[in-house]
Design a protein around this ligand. Structure first.
Ligand code: S3P
Length: 163
């Protein structure tokens, strides 16, 4: 089975890189957040408000589980995917889990106060969440790609080179 799974904090570029990488590899591209939004016919922030974070997290796990059984897909995950142990176990069954790493300051400049992201309103909470998740991304990753100062094309080429 060969899926490529992109993990990393909000703003790391998982969706943008994923889309380009899927073209390069001729794989199908699936963005778990968009998949949930399309199925629910609601934006992530409305889902958090109306159905709650727990419902969102349950959907995330269900979709991750079904996708990991497939093949030839580039999968962009949401930044919180590593929080549940169940998800981390699923990620461990995949051999191409790429952590798109960036500094928290860079991430905040990209997505801080972004209205479409319910968990990026406040810098100190954003930092804490980042610090808590950092070791989880590192542990789940089979490859770590430092994205700071690199273009999308550079990152896609780098991933292409390590796969
Ligand atoms: C979340 C990240 C978001 C989205 C949701 C929760 C998180 O995805 O899944 O808002 O917990 O970090 P991105 O990483 O694509 O922003």
């Amino acid at each position: 089975m060969s899926n490529v799974i992109l993990i990393g904090f909000m703003g790391a570029g998982k969706s943008t890189v994923g889309k380009e990488l899927s073209k390069k590899l001729d794989y199908e591209f699936i963005d778990i957040d968009s998949f949930i939004e399309e199925t629910a016919q609601k934006s992530i922030s409305d889902i958090f408000k109306m159905a709650g974070e727990k419902w969102f997290r349950d959907q995330e796990t269900m979709i991750l589980e079904s996708l990991t059984k497939g093949d030839r897909r580039v999968i962009a995950t949401g930044g919180g995917i590593v929080e549940k142990e169940e998800n981390r176990k699923l990620l461990k069954t995949c051999d191409k889990v790429i952590y798109l790493k960036a500094t928290v300051d860079k991430l905040w400049t990209r997505v801080g106060k972004d209205k479409t992201r319910p968990l990026s309103n406040d810098l100190s909470t954003f930092r804490k969440r980042f610090d808590n998740r950092k070791p989880l991304y590192e542990e789940a990753a089979s490859y770590i790609v430092d994205t700071d100062g690199k273009s999308i094309d550079d990152i896609v080429d780098e991933i292409g080179g390590i796969l």
